[in-house]
Unconditional design. Structure first.
Length: 767
């Protein structure tokens, strides 16, 4: 460790790592050197660590929404730390969030049945964040299911799935979800051709005549936060095996672009000795980029120039040819990604079996279209533009280019190179390669910060790899997936971090500046979050009840630290039971869970939320239920019993027996103790109210919560005194103990608030 440079580097790195250097500089430097030596770290490693490490309490600059692949979920993590924050349940039941377990979210999955079949997985591919004027606005997230053509809407207010729509005419898809610049539409394009409609039989011999592709434009109703299927439509396409899509922006707004990889219209049959799909689909040197005028298609739909297929309006190919809706441009061999530049002027296409990325010029395309200057027609009568006349340039970027993402620097892009396992940085204006970085291994998509928007943010790139091979500790033949973080702030790309992902294949991800997201901390009391409305089953504290209506036993329950009310639910064998639980907490992060033995009932009830679970109590017995989140010191006591009486057996009053017989002395002792505790609480309260606590929303929430607890404490105190007046020392003491429980909770919350105020420099406002 000689050079001054090295020393400076170590010092700056150490500072980045949060080591205290003041005074003890030499010591910290020595320690750092010792650690580097012991762990075999290079300077580059330490620098990478300093660039990614986020100290405790600090937050990430960007938030990533990544496809969870076959898990049917979306993964949320931060950049640069790569810390996973959440898996959002979308197409697959997920017990932690109660998704697919509570009645409300079950209804979402059930609304997305296909031919009456409940589908409990999804093959998620492309997440898309809602946009306003081409900028990510952070309000909604959309994601598609390739296997069972569906699109889901996730509200970023609470990171919950609100809606899943089933494509009415496709049997598979891939080119979704991509949004138009004001989220007017969410684009979903087919992958494997099939007759349009749902489950339509046509013999394979009629492939050319009856099999079709399509692109669906799902209308998004921003007001409602839902897709409006009634205002959505599709455009029929030839059976060319469409692939990825992208929406035009700014100068190309109103248009969308969709690739295809099998314009050969080949059908395999390897089992009969026919060459397989992969051979048949790569015979020709070019496939077709579909250029679709969606604004014109929208007008044709309004004018009724459509065919209704399965109740859904489709602009057919003959109409498209006549009215100028769809144009085809040849693109090099088996293309995959199509990505429109931030200014909307260029469209970059990569051919998997080619070494080039092709940059098409929107200006040139538009000129040819306006002049009706066509090179020919395809078998379906769709006009074909001359490839050479539409190209801006082609650049040799490496073997197997897949996807392209844009930098904040003008003209700079990054393309994933599958076969060569690398990222190529290049200039698409001048058409030259700038840098190349090898990754591990076989990159699929890649993603830059807000790289799909009109204003990419640069800084970082994530490489979403298909294989992990030797990167991580082995965990059996099924390896984790690998997201690699790359620093793109300088001229040379620098690999910073490997993140194993124990979920499905990460196809695509989108990253948004964290400050643009404004998620809720708690719900309004009684909120049905799956439907975004006050639940008809909302229950206030003290209004809990059990009522039988139309043959169903409805339990209106509440949860709050540390009890579930009611604690005993008694029903008869064969009864249908519907438990509606409201979390009446107002405190941040005080989620309660609800698990019932043997009935597949498992709920997550965040503060304010109301959820329901309906099930048949078909076997007599004693079934404990309890809270599954360790929510307080007496969390284990947050329990109850479902008593299922055999048919014909009369209900019996419970023979309650307490373990201890309390005396007047016990009562008085507890009472005096509580008065002492109250003094402590009062001093904490005084501290808080004498500060400008109202300037701190977190503390305001805590104070509301503590106020609730103190109200409960006062109620319990009253009950204790009433029993004491009757000299019922047993009940008087138990209520005095309950009073103490509420005090403990209030004190706990109060102390949290006090600590927060101290740490955040609250000011004294009165003495
Ligand atoms: S796809 Cu997986 S690497 Cu579904 Cu966008 Cu290209
Ligand atoms: Cu609520 Cu544990």
């Amino acid at each position: 460790m000689k050079s001054i440079l090295k020393k400076a580097l170590l010092l700056s790195t150490a500072a980045g790592l949060g080591l205290a250097l003041s005074g003890a500089g030499a010591n910290a430097q020595g320690q750092l050197e010792a650690i580097m030596k012991a762990r075999g770290l290079t300077e580059k490693d330490v620098l990478a660590a300093a660039k990614t490490y986020v100290p405790t309490g600090k937050r990430d600059e960007f938030i990533v929404f990544s496809s969870g692949g076959q898990s049917g979920q979306v993964m949320v993590y931060g950049i640069p730390s790569m810390r996973i924050l959440k898996f959002i349940a979308v197409f697959t039941p997920e017990p932690w969030q109660g998704y697919g377990f509570d009645d409300e979210s079950k209804a979402i999955l059930e609304s997305a049945k296909i031919n009456g079949k409940l589908i409990t997985f999804g093959d998620t591919h492309h997440p898309a964040i809602s946009e306003t004027k081409g900028e990510y606005d952070g309000e909604y997230l959309f994601i598609n299911d390739k296997a069972n053509p569906r699109v889901a809407v996730i509200d970023l207010k609470d990171f919950e799935t609100k809606q899943i729509v089933v494509n009415p005419i496709m049997m598979s898809e891939h080119g979704g979800s991509f949004v138009t610049p004001n989220t007017e539409y969410i684009i979903e394009a087919t992958q494997y051709p099939a007759p349009l409609g749902k489950s339509v039989y046509v013999p394979l011999s009629q492939f050319n005549e009856k099999f079709r592709g399509a692109v669906t434009y799902w209308k998004f109703d921003r007001e409602k936060g839902r897709i409006d299927p009634a205002k959505s439509f599709s455009v029929e396409l030839p059976p060319y095996s469409q692939d990825l899509s992208d929406a035009g922006k700014l100068v190309s707004d109103g248009w969308s672009f969709t690739n295809s990889f099998c314009s050969e219209r080949y059908i395999g049959g390897i089992e009969k000795g026919r060459p397989p799909f992969e051979a048949g689909c790569s015979q020709k040197d070019t496939d077709f980029l579909h250029v679709v005028n969606w604004k014109k298609a929208e007008a044709l739909v309004k004018a009724g120039k459509v065919k209704m297929i399965n109740g859904h309006p489709v602009v057919m190919m003959d109409t498209s040819a006549k009215e100028g809706v769809v144009y085809l441009i040849p693109e090099p061999k088996s293309p995959h990604g199509v990505d429109v530049s931030p200014d909307g002027k260029y469209i970059i296409v990569s051919g998997k079996l080619d070494t080039h990325a092709s940059v098409y010029s929107w200006e040139k395309i538009k000129k040819l279209i306006d002049a009706k200057d066509f090179a020919g027609k395809d078998p379906y009568g769709l006009p074909i533009l001359d490839m050479k006349k539409t190209l801006h340039t082609q650049v040799e970027v490496g073997l197997g280019p897949l996807h392209t993402q844009y930098d904040s620097k003008p003209c700079v892009v990054y393309t994933s190179i599958y076969v060569d396992s690398m990222v190529t940085k290049w200039d698409y204006c001048k058409g030259k390669v700038l840098d190349q970085l090898h990754i591990h291994y076989n990159i699929g998509h890649l993603m830059t910060m807000e790289g799909d928007s009109v204003t990419p943010q640069g800084k970082y790139l994530v490489s979403l790899n298909k294989l992990a091979i030797d990167r991580f500790n082995p965990v059996g033949p099924l390896h984790p997936q690998n997201h690699q973080l790359i620093d793109i702030s300088g001229d040379k790309m620098e690999l910073l971090y490997d993140m194993p992902v124990p979920l499905g294949e990460p196809h695509y991800a989108v990253a948004i500046r964290a400050s643009k997201l404004k998620p809720l901390v708690r719900y309004r009391l009684g909120w049905d979050s799956r439907n975004d409305r006050i639940s008809p089953f909302k229950t206030r504290p003290g209004r809990e009840k059990i009522v039988k209506k139309d043959g169903v036993v409805h339990v209106y329950a509440t949860v709050i630290r540390s009890h579930i009310t009611p604690e005993i639910i008694e029903v008869e064998e064969g009864d249908t039971v519907s438990i509606h639980i409201t979390n009446v907490e107002r405190a941040e992060d005080e989620t309660h869970g609800f698990a019932l033995s043997g009935h597949n009932v498992n709920l997550s009830i965040e503060p304010g939320k109301t959820v329901s679970a309906t099930f048949k109590a078909d076997k007599a017995g004693i079934y404990p239920y309890y809270c599954t989140e360790f929510c307080s010191a007496l969390h284990l006591e947050m329990e109850g019993i479902l008593v299922v009486r055999p048919k014909g057996v009369k209900a019996e009053e419970a023979g309650f027996s307490e373990g201890v017989k309390y005396t007047e002395e016990d009562y008085k002792k507890q009472y005096q103790q509580n008065l002492q505790v109250q003094k402590v609480i009062d001093s904490v309260v005084n501290f808080i109210v004498s500060r400008n606590y109202k300037d701190f929303p977190t503390v305001v929430g805590l104070v509301e919560d503590a106020t609730d607890q103190l109200k409960f404490a006062a109620d319990a105190k009253k009950k204790a005194e009433e029993f004491a007046a009757k000299k019922d020392w047993q009940n008087a003491t138990l209520w005095a103990q309950q009073w103490f429980q509420y005090q403990v909770k209030a004190a706990d919350i109060g102390l949290r608030a006090k600590t927060y105020l101290e740490q955040h420099g609250a000011k004294v406002i009165k003495k």
